[in-house]
Design a protein around this ligand. Structure first.
Ligand SMILES: Cc1cc2nc3c(=O)[nH]c(=O)nc-3n(C[C@H](O)[C@H](O)[C@H](O)COP(=O)(O)OP(=O)(O)OC[C@H]3O[C@@H](n4cnc5c(N)ncnc54)[C@H](O)[C@@H]3O)c2cc1C
Length: 504
């Protein structure tokens, strides 16, 4: 029997780490506070409809990208049909004009030039940068710690042609880049594509994955995707304990010679292990489970200076109607500024229309969802705790607003409405424990840039971290890479040759 490893969290990172460690001879056991695998990568059922609260795109959905092969180590990707989009989003303005963000770069350039010729220079610069990066495959299977000097130089050499572009666009936010456009609708499009405070490089890489036709939607949705990975983990002999919230990481000795020895659950039960891994929320790992005892300067800097992705309200409508002739993602202007909560206003609203899949709603029916981002998670959390009636009223206010705006834009909403569902930042925290209800961990902005966080803590042996809180930029590929790299690192420390390929 190999070393005993406890993993906290059955999100994508925890499951990935578990699969790779099982295959490499470790005896792993996951403790997960929820009743399901997947963490943020989840979905739920309401009145015959499935609400998919996560994946818009899965990087690596086709073999045209390196990530495919890493997913294929976890699950048989041939059995995961994915829908590849021809457009990502359509952004409209109040006068009825629109810009379609095509996933093909040539079509996108043509569309941008047709709709905003006055910004030709910026458009050509932007698309040119995306084209340049489209020739670069991220080396996502290497572990920096395991590389020899020669391998390091070789890697740097292969990345060299792309580094100036990547470094230039990591330093500027989408919002600031968009501000350079004269055309208002193009400005709005570049701003609204993702989070406005993110670096442009995130936008560029996402367009590259779309262009490669390797950022599709896994049919079956987010929870089904997570459950496939859970199944692989169990098939490899892993064990998962659900409804087990970890309260403490047990340590022996003190800094700099401390040793992780196990965990204590919120029930008080303890479990020992040779290695403890937290693939759970980073803030609660460092500040609560480890009692702030191992906060080095680097972690302090992240948690005091860097920005996480915002939290969000997710509103879903189940409608007895089809929406064939609409884009699957549409961003519409609002007649008036809407206050999501006391600190958050919005003048545009997104609708995600699940008209490209038949797995989420019964025949002839459709799920439409809106994601309203907010940094004011405290408002929703306090309201839910201290004033449940007002919390329900506020959810109803948001729901009515989303329904009314949909009615105006699409028509036939209220009379065909069969299901409604509103989740808030309080829901995200309750079910996933993510710091500030963040949807993806650290925002890839100019401050964070391409910085890499350590998966180990100085002065605490036998303890490691994986997941979106140690992989700036987050996302399921980030969770995948961090989990795989961590398994590689543990094998390296134990002088074992890491095997990634599917064997169980
Ligand atoms: C609305 C939305 C849309 C998104 N869209 C995309 C997309 O299109 N593409 C993409 O790549 N990514 C997307 N993401 C981001 C992606 O889902 C996450 O970055 C990724 O799933 C994070 O995985 P993780 O394993 O690192 O963390 P998590 O999913 O947070 O998993 C951590 C797990 O740890 C558990 N846990 C926490 N604390 C404890 C504790 N004390 N004890 C026991 N268990 C604990 C949690 O319950 C959870 O299961 C989206 C996220 C959201 C919310």
């Amino acid at each position: 029997m190999g070393k005993k490893v406890i993993i906290i969290g059955a999100g994508i990172a925890g499951l990935t780490t578990g699969i790779h460690l099982q295959r490499n001879g470790y005896d792993t056991e996951i403790f997960e506070m929820h009743t399901l695998p997947g963490g943020l990568c989840t979905a739920w059922q309401r009145k015959g409809y499935t609400i998919d609260a996560c994946l818009h795109w899965l990087v690596g959905s086709s073999p045209r990208d390196n990530f495919y092969h890493l997913w294929d180590e976890l699950i048989d990707m041939k059995n995961l049909p994915c829908y590849e989009f021809d457009h990502y989003i359509v952004v409209e303005d109040a006068s009825g004009r629109s810009i379609t963000v095509y996933t093909d770069l040539d079509k996108l350039e043509k569309e941008f030039l047709e709709k905003a010729y006055e910004d030709e220079k910026i458009i050509r610069e932007f698309i040119g940068a995306a084209r340049k990066l489209s020739r670069f495959m991220l080396p996502n299977d290497v572990l920096p710690e395991a590389m020899s000097f020669v391998e390091g130089i070789h890697l740097l050499w292969s990345a060299l042609p792309y580094l100036p572009t990547a470094l230039k666009y990591v330093r500027i936010t989408s919002k600031d880049f968009a501000a350079r456009c004269k055309n208002k609708l193009l400005r709005k499009t570049l701003e609204m594509m993702f989070v406005p405070d993110m670096s442009v490089v995130f936008l560029l890489f996402t367009l590259v994955w779309f262009h490669r036709k390797s950022a599709g939607y896994p049919l079956g949705g987010s929870l089904s995707f997570s459950q496939k990975i859970e199944k692989s983990y169990l098939t490899c002999g892993g064990k998962i304990n659900y409804r087990c919230r970890v309260a403490k990481i047990l340590t022996r000795g003190s800094f700099p010679n401390a040793l992780a020895t196990g965990i204590q659950l919120s029930t008080g039960a303890t479990h020992n292990a040779d290695i403890v891994i937290s693939a759970a929320d980073g803030h609660s790992t460092l500040f609560e489970m480890l009692d702030k005892k191992f906060l080095d300067k680097n972690f302090q800097k992240y948690y005091s200076q860097y920005n996480p992705f915002p939290s969000f309200l997710h509103v879903s409508l189940g409608i007895k109607k089809t929406f064939e002739n609409y884009p699957h993602l549409i961003c519409i202007p609002l007649e008036r500024t809407f206050m999501v909560d006391p600190e958050t206003s919005m003048d545009y609203l997104n609708y995600r229309i699940f008209n490209f899949v038949n797995t989420l709603a019964p025949k002839g029916k459709t799920v439409i969802s809106s994601l309203l981002t907010t940094y004011n998670y405290q408002y929703w959390q306090s309201l839910r705790k201290d004033n449940p009636a007002q919390y329900r009223n506020e959810k109803k206010r948001i729901l009515d607003f989303v329904i009314d705006a949909a009615e105006k834009r699409f028509g036939g909403i209220r009379k065909n409405l069969e299901m409604t569902d509103v989740s808030t930042p309080a829901t995200v925290i309750r079910y996933t424990n993510n710091w500030r209800g963040s949807l993806e961990g650290w925002l890839l902005d100019p401050a964070v840039g391409f910085s890499q966080m350590k998966k180990e803590i100085k002065g605490l042996k036998n303890f490691y971290m994986a997941g979106q809180w140690v992989q700036p930029g987050g996302g399921v590929p980030g969770a995948l890479v961090s989990g795989r790299q961590l398994a590689q690192l543990i094998c390296l420390r134990d002088e074992k040759k890491f095997v990634g390929a599917r064997s169980c």
